[in-house]
Design a protein around this ligand. Structure first.
Ligand code: NAD
Length: 481
């Protein structure tokens, strides 16, 4: 019952054409040909030396202009995102804000993490550390944040001087095209950032292509592992993998039940659970269980599930497509038939469109819980009696993206922080909504130790150490006859 396998069935035929549809209505959003892989790579290879040779200040200025172009198009871009992936308009607008904010963050991050440094020494002259771009990088991005997550790789890669091939999710090409136009209107050369529609087959072809210097991937663990395996014999390639999670939230002693419930609900159900950092597993102290679950259920019962432009605004939209909704329904039934107890059933609220109600299921009694990422609005609950057990449960996953403790003492939070295995560890905060100003990545099946966010600069350039003196000056001090 892997969510990835179920989702794979939903892919459109990507041999010649990509077509995207509105999840909420089924209406066609975008149709266009798949980009030719060899031609796209050749164009990027020709372009990158001159892009890399631009002064850094020019590249930064062009990216600031890009932010302005996005600002001008903000409402149209948000509307496109909301239509194409089904998220509520208010949330799509927040995504566009993140796209704009990414530019200043990336400029700061480049300066802090990959700037030029000189280490002067009277005896050895000057030592310089400078960074060079890798060359041509392909960005393979997921559907759930079709603008922001692609952009989170593209902007730092361009600042560092790489040429970028952007292969958007096959389920969100319209958003990808609109985003790319903003770069071009800002004056970034067309061949330095190319929009390259395609599906998994084209993604795999870029990964295997001789003309690619690196792959910046955000998507499911299964596909990230396939990329890693394909490049296992190519240590010369930069591979940054941002993958999924089976994230845990532990709720411990807290008198603030209403707030705790709101944090749980936000973490589990925002974006219909289609966030890499969504809380999938809620681990609750025995003594708090009844009171907390009553609050969580009452709040989840009130969430409005609706189409992106509905009034009043929905909390969550549909999931990405019917195949995903079918897969999640099967997964919920699997949990139910293997010892799970439904606290709130998963309901398909619409006959033909993939609207799902938020679901909560207690899986404490399940003998074996599948450690898979269910990419939708399903929250699994486990009841425990002591704190060590809570940490052990949180760590009972091969993934390690985000974890939160809600409640508990500072000492308990210290223990949680020290022992829980994840790249994002929060206290009294949701698992979702990572800060732009911090690194963003996970361990285990969630990533390959190349976090994005503020640390994206690290994988977009490599350091070159240079000992430098204006004149040669040397003597051999020992060992001469
Ligand atoms: P996906 O893995 O299906 O696709 C991601 C991208 O990779 C797409 O562009 C796709 O065409 C391409 N692709 C698929 N198979 C490929 C292959 N074998 N070789 C090369 N490219 C390939 O992911 P999705 O369903 O679009 O997105 C949801 C997944 O992304 C979830 O698992 C989610 O947790 C993860 N995600 C992770 C982060 C993070 O920052 N860690 C953020 C958002 C989403």
């Amino acid at each position: 019952m892997t969510a990835q396998l179920q989702r794979a069935d939903s892919r459109p035929d990507t041999r010649a054409e990509i077509v995207s549809h509105e999840p909420a209505t089924g209406a066609e959003v975008w149709r266009g040909p798949v980009a030719d892989v060899d031609e796209t790579v050749a164009r990027a290879r020709r372009a990158w030396p001159s892009w890399a040779a631009q002064p850094l200040s020019t590249r930064m200025e062009l990216l600031r202009r890009f932010a302005n172009e996005v600002r001008k198009d903000a409402e149209a871009l948000a509307t496109c995102i909301a239509r194409e992936v089904g998220k509520p308009l208010w949330e799509a607008r927040a995504e566009v804000d993140s796209v704009i904010a990414k530019v200043e963050v990336s400029i700061r991050s480049y300066a802090e993490r990959t700037a030029q440094r000189r280490l002067d020494s009277a005896l050895q002259g000057a030592m310089a550390v400078r960074h060079k771009p890798h060359g041509v990088l392909v960005v393979l991005s997921p559907f759930n944040y079709p603008a922001h997550l692609a952009n989170a790789h593209i902007v730092p890669a361009l600042i560092a001087g790489n040429a970028v091939i952007f292969k958007p999710s096959e389920r969100a090409p319209a958003t990808g095209e609109m985003l790319t136009r903003c770069f071009h209107r800002a004056g970034v050369p067309a061949a330095a950032i190319q929009f390259a529609p395609g599906g998994p087959a084209e993604g795999a072809a870029y990964v295997a292509h001789e003309g690619i210097d690196g792959v910046l991937f955000t998507g499911s663990a299964a596909n990230g592992i396939a990329i890693n395996r394909r490049l296992a014999a190519r240590p010369d390639r930069m591979v940054a993998l941002e993958m999924g999670g089976n994230n845990a939230m532990v709720v411990w002693d807290t008198p603030k039940l209403t707030d705790a419930a709101a944090i749980v609900v936000q973490s589990a159900f925002a974006t219909s659970g289609q966030r890499c950092t969504a809380a999938r597993r809620l681990i609750v102290k025995d003594t708090m269980y009844d009171a907390l679950m009553a609050e969580v259920k009452a709040l989840a019962d009130r969430l409005i599930v609706g189409a992106p432009f509905d009034e009043p605004a929905p909390f969550m939209g549909p999931v990405i497509d019917n195949a995903a909704a079918d897969g999640l329904t099967e997964s919920f039934l699997y949990l139910l038939s293997h010892g799970g107890r439904a606290i709130k059933h998963l309901v398909r609220t619409h006959e033909t469109a993939p609207f799902l109600s938020p679901a909560i299921i207690d899986v404490t009694a399940m003998a074996e819980r599948p450690d898979v990422e269910l990419f939708g609005p399903i929250l699994q609950v486990v009841r425990v009696s002591d704190f060590d057990q809570a940490i052990a449960q949180a760590n009972a996953s091969r993934y390690g993206l985000a974890a939160s403790l809600v409640g508990g003492t500072p000492q308990e939070y210290n223990r949680f922080w020290a022992n829980v295995r994840a790249g994002i560890v929060n206290w009294n905060r949701p698992t979702i909504g990572p800060s732009h100003a911090a690194p963003m990545g996970g361990v285990g099946l969630s990533g390959n130790h190349r976090p994005t966010g503020f640390y994206a600069a690290d994988y977009c350039a490599y350091p070159v150490a240079s000992g430098e003196m204006e004149q040669p000056r040397a003597v051999i001090g020992v060992g001469l006859r």
